[in-house]
Design a protein around this ligand. Sequence first.
Ligand code: ATP
Ligand code: MG
Length: 581
Amino acid sequence: MNGLKVDELSVRYIGRSERALDEISLDVTAGHIVALAGRTGSGKSTLCLASSGLVPRVVRAAVTGSILLGSADCEVEATKANAADLGGRVGIVFSTPSLQLSASKPTVREELAFGLENLGIARAEMDGRIDAAMSRLGVEHLADREPLALSGGEQQRVAIAAIVVMGTGVVVLDEPTAQLDPQGTSEITELLSEMAADGRAVLVSEHAADVLGAAGSCLVLDKGRVVARGLPGEVLARSEANSAGIDPPTVVTLAIAAGVTASAAFNERAIAAGLAAKPVRDVREPSPGTRIEETSHWEPILVRATTPVSIEVKGLSHTYAGGVEALRGVDLAISPGEAVAIIGQNGSGKTTLVKHLNGLLRPTAGQIVIDGRDTASRLVSDLARTVGFVFQDPDDQLFHSRVDREVAFGPRNMGFDSAHISTVVESALKLTRLTDQRATNPYDLDLSTRKLVALAGVLATESPVLVLDEPTMGQDGPGRHSIESIIRAWRSTGRTVIAISHDMEFVARNFDRIVVMRQGQIVLDGPPSMVFAPTNVTVLESTGLRPPPAARIAALMGLSVVSFDAADLINASLAISASRQ
Ligand SMILES: Nc1ncnc2c1ncn2[C@@H]1O[C@H](COP(=O)(O)OP(=O)(O)OP(=O)(O)O)[C@@H](O)[C@H]1O
Ligand SMILES: [Mg+2]
């Protein structure tokens, strides 16, 4: 039997005074999925690392308590076992695929063979397993590509395939869907259910509602302790979860209003039926704890006024050195002050497109005109004054050993005086809520916080155009609220915001224009109400997308009004129900 049993586990990293985990106990038995939810820094990743034996074997820490892997007659203690003992029993998917991939294998196929070779598996069996895993993760077409020259989501799919291939009895996944398109996220949800049905024990840390909803039980962590546990549909609506930095997922809020039981809280058909039949008003507002102040503390950063900047992309094509045609004739005009979201399936060309805006990539054909000037002859350092760019992977961006120096780099490079630099650095740190981390080495922070450091560095340049490649990746409730208020504040000064995201709710709420990409081309461009209208569902599905949950449920109810907000949909249901009486 496969299983993971954690008993009174405490972990304190070397050099830290507080515990990252404080007497955690949990039991993941064969055939079950247990989900971990909680804000950034609550201990989820530490629990994943310890469960796979990487803490303390690779990451040094003082550990007490025990972690047993396997069955009663054949268990190993993860905190003491060696790599060979652990390798065949537990597989872990990291939250950052670029750190997980070996960087030494020239092709995806060889990357997937890597772990199996270490176990001495015969070639024929190895090939069979690799083919099955690639097909399961939809990466067959990438078999001969170089793993590190893939898009972020493609890398994440390969990293998950690398664990599927191993077939271990215990599977641990730390935010496996952070970079996946919505369809990819539902595929992973199905994959986890299949693994459980196959008798494996699955532990998954996530923010995505779909994945949390697939678990039989959900633990909410806060400051290294378990503050709530139970059915996901019930636990995620609790005030303890809200105080722990978790916004109740929209489906869960709607499920409560629809009067469906916690075990059906993620069943959209049941919710639609409940809302149509007998909606109730009893919906808890998120506690003020997770809401952050609006733009009041924003003002100081806007030392410099902005000039309106227009962007024109004309007939843009880009073919990478290996021959991949990532963009095929893209035309896009963005007026000064617009907020534009770019969405589309993994590998559809979103990152490639925005990297042209600040000269990180140059067109194979076509033209980029910014502020009336062709960018062809302009240097990246010159364009950076106009277009501030936050990378998808923060590790491609950060290189200083202190957060404040990292944030000061941009304005210093632009030649501002030290008084100006210190004003903008302080403001950027405050906005991203990193003031307390000013002296920390960015690489001692987790992925979502490193992403905020990169964002702070760009905010400090006060550029007229802000480009964000997946800003909400891995962010918890408070992190997402900070990003939303930064976007609003940036726009309120006439500046332009362009963001790529896989979070359909985030784009529907914060952007008035959405550009949809598929295989290197733009296939839809319009306001959220147009892009997410039921008539466009087929086009969206053809590029791995789905409308946000409230819009999906509204469509199931046959409502023509597209709603993105739980409260709007509940009010509409109440009004329909009242009109019937
Ligand atoms: N450095 C590279 N070298 C070669 N091909 C690349 C490189 N980066 C991306 N590609 C390929 O170009 C295509 C578009 O990739 P891009 O990164 O723009 O996608 P994306 O829409 O941002 O995807 P994701 O949602 O996964 O981030 C994909 O087929 C990808 O494999
Ligand atoms: Mg991308």
